[in-house]
Design a protein around this ligand. Structure first.
Ligand SMILES: Cc1cc2nc3c(=O)[nH]c(=O)nc-3n(C[C@H](O)[C@H](O)[C@H](O)COP(=O)(O)O)c2cc1C
Length: 158
């Protein structure tokens, strides 16, 4: 069985809404493809997730708010804990990022991408960025991301 891992942090609600949409899209697409028994969808907060989760994941979706022009402190803590245990062991696995921000988001995106570059994962799409509010269009993008990752690893297309 394969695993899609969704790891996020929020101190409010918005990044959680994005994470829920990624999960929803993944589960719906797996059901549609009759592949629910082939992919496990795991959703964890940054504080709960560690290297063992990342090593066991066939695809990874990361979500963070932008705080002070950077990723959230909890996402940085998560990446600090997983980077060296996972470095060189997960190369080529598909990943994508979703960000919630008040007015910018680019600092969060740049900071996460710089670190993930060192893990040599395969980015499946440009980061999803929710600015100010979580719109239906953004939720749809998150659902599509979940579907892409889940079905992609189910059929071996990613
Ligand atoms: C301490 C703090 C710092 C923030 N810094 C930024 C920032 O640098 N750029 C930005 O666009 N939004 C910033 N924001 C706004 C949050 O990114 C935004 O409200 C986000 O949607 C919160 O997501 P959440 O509901 O998942 O916590 C900041 C918010 C807080 C609380």
């Amino acid at each position: 069985m394969k695993t899609l891992l969704i790891v996020y942090h929020t101190r409010g609600v918005k990044t959680a809404q994005l994470a829920q949409a990624v999960e929803r899209g993944a589960r719906a697409a797996l059901k549609e493809a009759d592949a629910e028994s082939e992919v496990r969808v795991v959703v964890k907060r940054c504080a709960e997730a560690g290297p063992e989760d990342v090593l066991a994941a066939d695809a990874l979706a990361l979500g963070t708010p932008e705080n002070f022009g950077y990723m959230s402190g909890m996402m940085k803590d998560f990446l600090e804990r997983v980077f060296y245990p996972c470095e060189g062991k997960i190369e080529g696995r598909p990943w994508a990022l979703f960000v919630s921000a008040g007015q910018d988001g680019s600092g969060a995106i740049t900071s996460v991408e710089r670190i993930v570059t060192g893990l040599r994962l395969k980015k499946v799409r440009e980061p999803i960025r929710a600015l100010r509010e979580v719109t239906p269009e953004i939720l749809l993008q998150c659902e599509e991301l979940g579907a892409t990752l889940a079905v992609g690893i189910a059929v071996g297309a990613l």
